[in-house]
Design a protein around this ligand. Structure first.
Ligand code: ADP
Ligand code: AMP
Length: 217
């Protein structure tokens, strides 16, 4: 069992890497942002509630987020480990995750921290395009698709996330430094944090992540 928490600011490359690592490590990606967006698409009550926070770049309340993760973790594909992407984002969420994993006789095994300078985070978010069908992530300059607006993998349309306006991007970065960055010390003190240079190429970041995860597994 390997439970991995991918840390890093908005735009650091968590989703990009989680999608690639899923295949190479055989662990499912649990991305709370994706789960909220799925709820939004299906117009559920949870989706409606989450939208008000997401549109502003604020965090969805901890109880709501933790309940959604609890539900996701109870599915059989999570029994051998998980790649958490975008969760936990607050100290109370990290404490709740410890309790949830404890119920499964598991624990957080390693916390790779994808480190990227804040100025670059904004450039990453500003050029992000995502596949509507498979969720694969592109960047208009740093990782462009072969054909503008079309996913290389399945030919579906690419879109820019509703919360990728300049104002919301800035707010998400501020919220990250205020509420999420304290988690770095939380995990560092437990000897779980493993820093990876997130300004390398996507392939290089991936191989650095595989190294730190395999060391912990
Ligand atoms: P996060 O999930 O951490 O918010 P994403 O994985 O969505 O971040 O990546 C944000 C943007 O940065 C995307 O447009 C992605 O293509 C791009 N990106 C990710 N990793 C790198 C990298 N190592 N170098 C250049 N661009 C990257
Ligand atoms: P992401 O896809 O990780 O960039 O998340 C998009 C948005 O979803 C965030 O700005 C939050 O509004 C919400 N969100 C995602 N994960 C969490 C979380 N762990 N806690 C609270 N809100 C979250």
């Amino acid at each position: 069992m390997t439970y991995v928490v991918l840390m890093g600011g908005p735009g650091a490359g968590k989703g990009t890497q989680a999608k690639r690592l899923q295949a190479s490590l055989g662990l499912p990606q649990v991305a709370t942002g994706d789960l909220f967006r799925e709820n939004l698409k299906n117009n559920t009550e949870l989706g409606q509630l989450a939208r008000t926070f997401m549109d502003r770049g604020d965090l969805v309340p901890d109880e709501v987020t933790v309940a959604m993760v609890r539900d996701r973790l109870s599915r059989p594909d999570c029994a051998n480990g998980v790649l958490f992407d975008g969760f936990p984002r607050t100290i109370p969420q990290a404490e709740a995750l410890d309790e949830l994993l404890h119920e499964f006789g598991a624990q957080v095994d390693v916390v790779p921290y994808i480190h990227v300078h804040p100025d670059l985070l904004l450039q990453r978010l500003a050029g992000r395009w995502t596949c509507r069908q498979c969720g694969h992530v592109y960047h208009k300059l740093f990782n462009p698709p072969q054909q503008d607006g079309v996913c290389d993998l399945d030919g579906s349309e690419l879109y820019q996330r509703a919360d990728d306006t300049e104002e919301t991007q800035k707010r998400r970065i501020d919220v990250y430094f205020e509420l999420t960055a304290p988690l770095l010390d939380f995990y560092r003190e437990r000897g779980l944090l493993a820093e990876v240079d997130g300004e390398q190429s996507i392939d290089q970041v991936q191989s650095a992540l595989i190294d730190v995860i395999k060391q912990a597994a």
